[in-house]
Design a protein around this ligand. Sequence first.
Ligand code: SF4
Length: 399
Amino acid sequence: MVTSSDILPTEIAPTSAVAAESAASPAKVNLLGLPETKLVAFFESLGEKRFRAVQVMKWIHQLGADNFDAMTNVSKELRRKLQEVAEIRPPEVVKQLDSADGTRKFLIRVSGGNVIETVYIPEGDRGTLCVSSQVGCSLDCSFCATGKQGFNRDLTAAEIIGQVWIAAKSFNQLQPNAERSITNVVLMGMGEPLLNFDNVVDAMNLMMHDNCYGISKRRVTLSTSGVVPALDRLSQYTDACLAISLHAPNDELRNELVPINRKYPIAMLLDSAKRYIEAMPDTHRKITIEYTLIDQVNDRPHHAHELAELLRDVPVKINLIPFNPFNLSNYKRVSNNALRRFQDILMEAGYITTVRTTRGDDIDAACGQLAGAVNDITKRSERYRARFDEAQPVKIIAQ
Ligand code: SF4
């Protein structure tokens, strides 16, 4: 079983639908997070036919129902029974923030009182929803605001798919013949998705299911910092796209930026990623390499050349992400010149290389700022802040 406290998982046992969802509600099963197989099992346990699962799935995920009364093609008797044993309980929106550039951020309260963030980013004919998989994160990447908050808990499948449900509803997408605002989903929000394997897989299945959101497998992307044993199993459960949070061209530097690299070094990670891609039924798939550029840390031309060499035999496209400064980090944003030079080197080496533009500045929605409202159970952010504050007088004296 993969847990966040053990980043060397040996077995990923499927959780039972009831066990997974009743953690949040001991009395009733939350149907929001049940993929088809589990929903069918649930209805069969009530002595009902399988087709009821499809009916209810459509009501929840295509029409946005959050109560059984609305389900007019379900018999009154069954609706009464469902009310006794089940519920449709999305997490609660605390705040919705809309940026002038169309970016929309949701602050969402999950059970236990913690707050997570979900961000919608429109771009041309695409609308990408960035979804969280955990409250906080245990992996503590040195450039990441979420990592500084520490880990609190895994999100349930209902809390993960609930973010899609909430966003889709906010755009009036859950109505007959509605236009689709959310065309893409990326699991790149708070948390490491592969450390919450079962719930993430269930939620991705719901995103892609024709009776739910029907998002193409080429438009759902799981991003991992490199939990290799879980990545090795992933192709048995999904054929979604894969992104690797690489951020460094060699192990020495990556050990500093992405500490999980000490356990699963780059070569091991890239081999696992290649195996995942090779297991996909469709050819020509590429892995997205995410590379956050930090001033004077990993943005030098020799880093770009080293990266180009490293990825020579891996089918990739590269996404460069200018580091977004935050107050618990001393890293600085890459300069425009260094960014352009880095991109040029990679493109000259033959790589499709894009730059992620910063969006939603006016609502703090950019990646790396997703930690603000998380409850910090481990108090890690306090420790970081203390260390950071201690460092300030030294800096002032030196000036
Ligand atoms: S970058 Fe991702 S894996 Fe690393 S600390 Fe942040 S949320 Fe966790």
